[in-house]
Design a protein around this ligand. Structure first.
Ligand code: UD1
Length: 422
């Protein structure tokens, strides 16, 4: 497996182009299952998770053609002939469960493997199941697979979610788009990726109101048609690269960056003494003189501080002045980067869902292990300012969520390279 080698100590300067959002693309792709007509996505990110979703859609009989080096995905589900999402694909990526709602809506049945355990927590499917049952589906668990049927079609209903789950909101939204009558999702997730999905579904002819708020109303239609849709930019990739100059020093302009996508995160940066300015093409981040200040962080559903930026924020706070407390409220077991950062000289104590970080003046390079997607990039960020060389091993996860991370960072002056594994 490849590793990434970073030698710390270089200030950064220049522009980084932010890609389309992984998490938006992973829900927009299954939306193609809802229509016989083509759906084309532009601004798609080039990631291994997108390849996994491509394989899954193809296994169901959909056509997916990647064009312009992967930036455009032309999809068509006119010849859909499968309704089974196999364990071999689903186990690689939890977002595979996003075919459940569309398949049920289109075929009246679906068989989808449960994703199984995940490195960052249990991640059950109960909210998805209750929501689809509220729309009239009957769902049974047999031999690790959810067998879902809707013999008389899906019917609009009031669907209160016990927690504002992103995936459950997306599955319900897609299923309800073709259900008979009106669906009201209460306590819906408000993430920008959900707004992006609703925007695309509206282009396909769906009648949806209230996306971006906690109550989404969907008036079901008989059929959806084709559309072309640009994937919203990746606010997690944006936040990650905004942290790079804060950690390494210097100034980076994130092209395509939008403040409304990272408001809570940018507020914490401001508290830490970091300058973030809006420019005509994106967001510019500069570390003013000296070390950033400690800040406390609590992860929450959007518009709160995103759990997907917690590891990267921790990497930054390791060398901030003072003590920071990070509270993880979305996933249990999401501090696996902490022991690796400690190997690099960080001073962190973890108790349950809370991590206390006492800032140190400088970290030291070390061989470290990437344990999940966001953890791997946090170790690369830490390496940018550490003394000496950091070797991040097992970077398989990184390629799931970041396209060409080493090229993007090298282009702004980082000393970073990928070492192919044997
Ligand atoms: C999505 C994102 C992921 C992000 C997460 C939270 C995608 C592809 N992934 O994941 O990057 O970290 O949102 O912002 O968009 N839960 C249940 N039962 C359920 C569903 C979820 O208990 O049926 C729990 C989970 O275990 C977790 C929490 O709810 O603790 C959040 O999960 P959810 O919002 O569903 O995240 P995902 O859609 O899986």
């Amino acid at each position: 497996m490849d590793s990434i080698v970073v030698t710390g100590g270089r200030e950064l300067s220049g522009q980084i182009h932010i890609a389309g959002a992984k998490n938006a693309a992973l829900t927009l792709m299954p939306a193609t299952l809802l229509s016989e007509e083509p759906l084309t996505l532009t601004n798609a990110p080039r990631l291994s998770d997108i390849k996994t979703m491509t394989l899954l859609l193809q296994s169901l009989g959909a056509e997916v053609t990647s064009m312009q080096g992967g930036k455009v995905l032309a999809m068509s589900s006119h010849g859909l002939n499968g309704d089974r999402a196999d364990y071999e694909i689903v186990r690689k990526m939890r977002a595979s469960n996003l075919v459940l709602g569309p398949l049920l809506a289109r075929h009246g049945q679906a068989v989808v493997s449960l994703p199984g355990g995940c490195a960052i927590g249990a991640r059950p499917m109960d909210i998805h199941i209750h929501a689809l049952e509220a729309l009239g589906a009957q769902i049974e668990l047999k031999e690790g697979y959810l067998h879902a049927v809707a013999p008389s079609g899906l019917k609009g209903a009031r669907v209160p979610l016990r927690f504002a789950s992103v995936g459950a909101t997306e599955n319900t939204l897609m299923a309800a788009a073709l259900a008979k009558g009106t669906t009201i999702i209460e306590n819906a997730a408000r993430e920008p990726e959900i707004v992006d999905l609703a925007t695309c579904l509206r282009k396909m002819g769906a009648q949806i109101e209230g996306d971006g708020t906690s109550t989404i109303t969907i008036q079901g239609v008989d059929r959806l048609h084709g559309a072309t849709h640009p994937v919203v930019i990746d606010r997690i990739e944006l936040g990650t690269y905004m942290l790079a100059p804060v950690i390494a020093g210097g100034e980076v302009e994130c092209v395509g960056g939008r403040m409304d996508l990272v408001t809570a995160f940018a507020e914490r940066l401001a508290q830490a003494g970091v300058e973030v300015t809006e420019t005509p093409v994106g967001l510019k981040v500069r570390r003013a003189n000296g070390r950033p200040h400690a800040v406390d962080v609590v992860t929450e559903p959007f518009p709160g501080f995103p759990t997907d930026l917690q590891a990267q924020m921790m990497a930054m706070l390791c060398t901030a002045e003072g003590t920071s407390v990070l509270e993880e409220k979305i996933f249990e077991n999401r501090f696996m980067h902490a022991p690796e950062l400690i190997r690099m000289g960080a001073d962190i104590e973890v108790h349950g869902g809370t991590a206390t970080v006492h800032g140190v003046a400088r970290m030291k390079g070390a061989p470290v292990m990437a344990t999940d997607l966001r953890a791997s990039v946090s170790l690369i960020l830490a390496g940018l300012a550490a003394e000496g060389t950091t070797q991040v091993n097992r970077v398989y996860h990184l390629d799931r969520g970041y396209e060409h991370v080493e090229d993007k960072l090298r282009a702004v002056g980082a000393d970073i390279e990928r070492v192919p594994g044997s």
